[in-house]
Structures are given as C-alpha cells and as structure tokens.
Write a protein that binds this ligand. Structure first.
Ligand code: BDR
Ligand code: CA
Length: 303
C-alpha cells in the first residue's frame, strides 16, 4: 500500500494522545500537520493539548486550530468524564504546550490546513474526532476532495452507540458534518465502535508498558491509568484505544477483516448520529473483525 502524506484531525483526549504517539513513532508515515477540533473538551483545550503532545514528542509539525462547534448550533456535551477536565487527566497543569503555529493574517486553521493539502498535492486525512473540520474545509473548497486520497475516521458503530443506544460520540457531535463526509469521500476507512471497544488495555499491562521511568512513560502511565479507571467505571473492559484503532487500521490493514459498503448517517432528532450500512455507495471499508491482541501489541511497541 502506498501511503501519502497524512494530516491528522484530533480532539485530545487520552486515546487521541495514544493515537498521536503511534503516528509519531511510525516515521515512515509522514504526518504533516495536526488540525485540532472541539470534542472531548473545548477547542482551546484540545489545541493546547495537541501542542503539549507535540512538545513532549519533540515533533516538528504545525498544529492548527479548527472548528470550535458543529456546523449547525453549539458544541454539545464534552467527554471530560473519560478524559479529565482538561482532556489529559490533569496533566495540562504540568505539560507545557509548544508555541502556536503562526498563520497568515485573515486565515484560520482550516484554511491553513487546506493550503498545506494543496501544497502536498495528495494527502490521507485521519480523523480522530468530530468530522466538522473536514466538512467545513470541503464546503469552502470542494476541490479539496481531489487532493484527499483516503479519509480514515474513528467514528460510528453498527447497531451500537456510546452517547445514545445507536450513536457514537464523534458522529453524534456533528451528524450533519459526518453525513457529508461519508457521502462525499471517495474512499473512507471507518474504525467503528464494534471493533474499537474490543481493543482495551488492562491495568497490569498499562503498568508493565510504562515502567522504567522517563517523562514519556510517566505521562502515559498517568493518562492510561486515568482512562482505565474512567472507562471501567462506565462498564468497559479496560482503557479503550478507540483512536489508535483508526491509526492502526491505516498502518496495518492486514490486522483487520473488512467489508465494502456505504454508510448512511441519520440526522433526524430521534436517531441523531446513528450510522448504518447501505448499498447505495461502496466507498467505505468497514472492519468486521480485528486481531485485537495484535493491535494492542502494536500500541505497546510505541511506548
Ligand atoms: C471517540 O470519542 C472520544 O471520546 C474518543 O477520543 C474517540 O475519538 C470514541 O467514541
Ligand atoms: Ca478522539
């Protein structure tokens, strides 16, 4: 598989932080920029968290601020009950953010990302949060679709939900944006809840992977222990690695069994954010099974 340069759209978020770690460790994947989104916590916090992780990793890439709210209306509930009030298990007070990436006067982060996409020619776009940024970018610049080879999205689920009985958080944040992206992306690889909820780190494994000190291990021990505690309080089997599954689907597709389909996103009040399989289009690669142990091992190698 030929990988193109990558832009990552994210709302860190503990599992986003692990997914960014996986991307950063895989240097053969050329990650060219991070576009922050509202989601797990408000935009000002997710953007600062992305810059905190950039500094922690010593990663020389731009971080732009994207959307602070869905296309229509206001941002809804955050997921601070899983990620902590600051999105990073309280580490916001301790980790210093890298400085802001300067953008030209009159431009915003979405415009800066579009400009970068055009400069790069073709990119793959990995989305680990709501799909608002991508919907806004392609609304403003429909030609952007010609520059995006593949969208990879952590989002949705089939007959399963984590906000309502049938809606997943990222899609539920902005179902209208998600509906546009799922309808218009030429090629979209989806990491649904059906798979991501099976990829969970246990507490003993977290402690083993993060033993030995050093700033990276200390930070990820705190993040993963907090995530473990919060996820298990909500009945999950461990620290769920939702966003890393999307990144690993991109890097190691051989660890998944998949089917081709279209995905419809329901924007009605009654079933807001529900995703279902349709045969209308065949632009989506939907994993149906995964080698979960293999995925957890790939994550472990990055710590
Ligand atoms: C998704 O929602 C967020 O809380 C996680 O970061 C992940 O992207 C899982 O539903
Ligand atoms: Ca996320």
């Amino acid at each position: 598989m030929r990988n193109r340069p990558v832009l990552v759209d994210t709302d860190p978020g503990i599992d986003d932080a692990v997914a960014l770690l996986v991307l950063w460790r895989h240097r053969r994947i050329e990650t060219k920029g991070i576009l922050a989104s509202y989601g797990n916590v408000p935009l000002s916090m997710t953007a600062a968290n992305a810059r905190r992780l950039k500094k922690l990793f010593g990663w020389e890439i731009p971080v732009w601020e994207g959307a602070s709210a869905p296309i229509f209306g206001k941002a809804g509930k955050t997921a601070d009950y899983i990620h902590g009030e600051d999105g990073l298990a309280g580490l916001g007070k301790i980790l210093t953010p890298a400085p802001d990436t300067p953008i030209p006067e009159g431009e915003d982060g979405i415009e800066a990302a579009y400009r970068r996409i055009c400069e790069l020619g073709t990119v793959d776009y990995i989305s680990l949060g709501p799909l608002t940024n991508l919907a806004m970018l392609t609304r403003r610049h429909p030609d952007a679709w010609e520059h995006i080879g593949r969208v990879v999205s952590m989002g949705g689920g089939i007959d399963i939900g984590n906000v309502t009985g049938n809606a997943e958080f990222n899609i539920h944040c902005d179902a209208e944006a998600a509906a546009e992206v799922f309808a218009n992306a030429p090629e979209l690889w989806m990491a649904p809840l059906n798979i991501t909820t099976q990829v969970a780190l246990g507490i003993d494994e977290i402690r083993k992977l993060t033993e030995g000190g050093g700033e990276l291990h200390t930070v990820f021990r705190r993040l993963l222990e907090t995530n473990f505690k919060n996820c298990t309080e909500y009945g999950e089997p461990g620290s769920i690695m939702h966003d890393s599954v999307a990144v690993l689907l991109y890097i190691y597709p051989e660890l998944f069994e998949t089917m081709r389909c279209g995905i419809a996103v329901d924007c009605s009040k009654e079933r807001y954010g529900k995703t279902s399989v349709t045969s209308v289009r065949q632009n989506v690669l939907l994993p149906t099974k995964a080698n979960c142990r293999g995925l957890l091992d790939r994550i472990g190698e990055c710590l």
